[in-house]
Design a protein around this ligand. Structure first.
Ligand code: NIG
Ligand code: FE
Length: 414
């Protein structure tokens, strides 16, 4: 099987020598090729170049696409989602509009606990079918890889149920999927007076069972005020690491909670949210292997302060941007919208927006060697746009689906 895409108006984010991520000033310019072709063999990018020269034999490819007037981008990598969930939560959304805060809703047993109640009764098959629909939807918007968290089970049985569903999604979807165990997403009501007992349950029961079934690539903790303290986070990450699960944590969403520093201490792959990030946190992140990840959808939807993305890049840090697709704080997995928000709300240039949603998010899910850019030998996960005037148009034209054809593992997705 081979696919020859030719007369591409502009091939975006080509790399000769692939890098793991891009930081600071490196994010200002992006390498592109005008009037280009791309050759795919089986599931890999085999070669690309300018229309002035290409091997004659490419004309005999199994499939060919004339991409005149259209651009080709590497697929988005969405490194933070909770897209396996039992039901939408628009009732709380109305409460929010009426003025209740995220914490107030959580205190009333709403929020994550509300999803946990529904998780206990939904069947595994239903959960799988609903999530599969969401996956098919995000493919249409250009996503090629996605991380999915557990965290609506909040007891051993239902956390395992969620992770088994994620495993089935891995086996059945053309998307590249990574699974993260997030037992420490919220403290169940029955442990409210003694949260450390719930932390014990996570450490002594959940983590060993998750590891025994190889259900999680990563481990996450919602380290924030009203949820898990830096001390709880410390204990949980320590336990997870003993089982080979690297940390990717929720940090500094609701307060300057110390989460970023705990993440760095455990060499987390990423620290995510970061609305409350000051100079100390920026300093703590410098020269580390931890990807600062911002979730524009959640801040926008909850009307919260925006993380200082511009300041972070200006300080030389890399920044990744993910959707946080979940029913409570970001009910959308549309990465094109995230890219627009990056420019509109965070003042990132369109080029910085591309790095933040492709290679930097690929790094934040441990797949940077195979995903996140157009490079020889990488997975052929990319999309062809509709006819669009420029690279900048991707971020500019918000709310519109600019993807015409999604290609995953070298296959055109119908
Ligand atoms: O990333 N911050 C914590 N967790 C999710 C919200 C999940 C929910 O409300 O269901 C988030 O925003
Ligand atoms: Fe989240």
């Amino acid at each position: 099987m081979s696919l020859f895409i030719h007369h591409i108006k502009e091939l975006i984010f080509t790399e000769k020598k692939p890098k793991s991520f891009y930081a600071g000033k490196e994010m200002a310019n992006i390498s592109t090729l005008k009037n280009a072709w791309l050759y795919i063999e089986k599931d890999k990018i085999s070669d690309f170049g300018s229309m002035a020269h290409f091997p004659e034999s490419y004309k005999n490819a199994t499939n060919e696409i004339d991409a005149s007037g259209k651009m080709v981008f590497p697929s988005y990598c969405d490194s933070h989602t909770h897209l396996v969930y039992p039901e939408s939560r628009e009732v709380e959304y109305v409460d929010k509009i009426k003025g209740l805060s995220y914490e107030e809703i959580a205190k009333r047993g709403g929020g994550i606990l509300n999803s946990a109640k529904k998780m206990a009764i939904i069947s595994e098959d239903q959960l799988f079918a609903d999530a599969m629909k969401r996956l098919n939807e995000i493919i249409r918007y250009g996503t090629g890889a996605v991380e999915i968290k557990s965290g609506y089970g909040l007891n051993t049985e239902n956390e395992l149920k969620m992770l088994r569903v994620i495993k089935r999604l891995k086996e059945n979807s053309p998307l590249t999927i990574k699974a993260t165990f997030l037992g420490a997403h919220a403290i169940p009501l029955e442990y409210k007076s003694n949260p450390s007992e719930y932390v014990d349950l996570i450490i002594n029961e959940m983590i060993p069972q998750v590891a025994a079934e190889y259900l999680a690539d990563y481990i996450d903790v919602f380290c924030d005020i009203g949820f898990f303290s830096p001390e709880d986070t410390d204990r949980i990450l320590n336990a997870g690491m003993k089982y080979g699960m690297r940390a990717k944590i929720h940090a500094n969403e609701l307060d300057n909670s110390g989460g970023i520093q705990v993440g760095v201490k455990y060499n987390a792959l990423s620290v995510d949210h970061l609305e409350y990030t000051g100079n100390n946190e920026i300093e703590a992140l410098k020269n580390t292997e931890t990807m600062p990840t911002i979730l524009p959808g959640a801040a926008f939807f909850l009307n919260m302060p925006y993380a200082p993305a511009r300041k972070m890049i200006d300080a030389g840090l890399p920044v990744a941007l993910a959707s946080d697709f979940n029913p409570g704080s970001s009910p959308s997995g549309n990465m094109q919208l995230i890219q627009s928000m990056a420019s509109i709300l965070y003042r990132l240039t369109p080029e910085e927006g591309i790095y933040s949603t492709t290679i930097n998010t690929a790094y934040a899910m441990g797949i940077e060697e195979t995903h996140g850019s157009i490079a020889k030998g990488k997975q052929a996960n990319l999309f062809i746009t509709k006819e669009i005037p420029s690279l900048e148009y991707m971020a500019y034209s918000y709310g519109d689906n600019k993807v015409e054809i999604a290609i995953l593992n070298g296959q055109i997705i119908d």
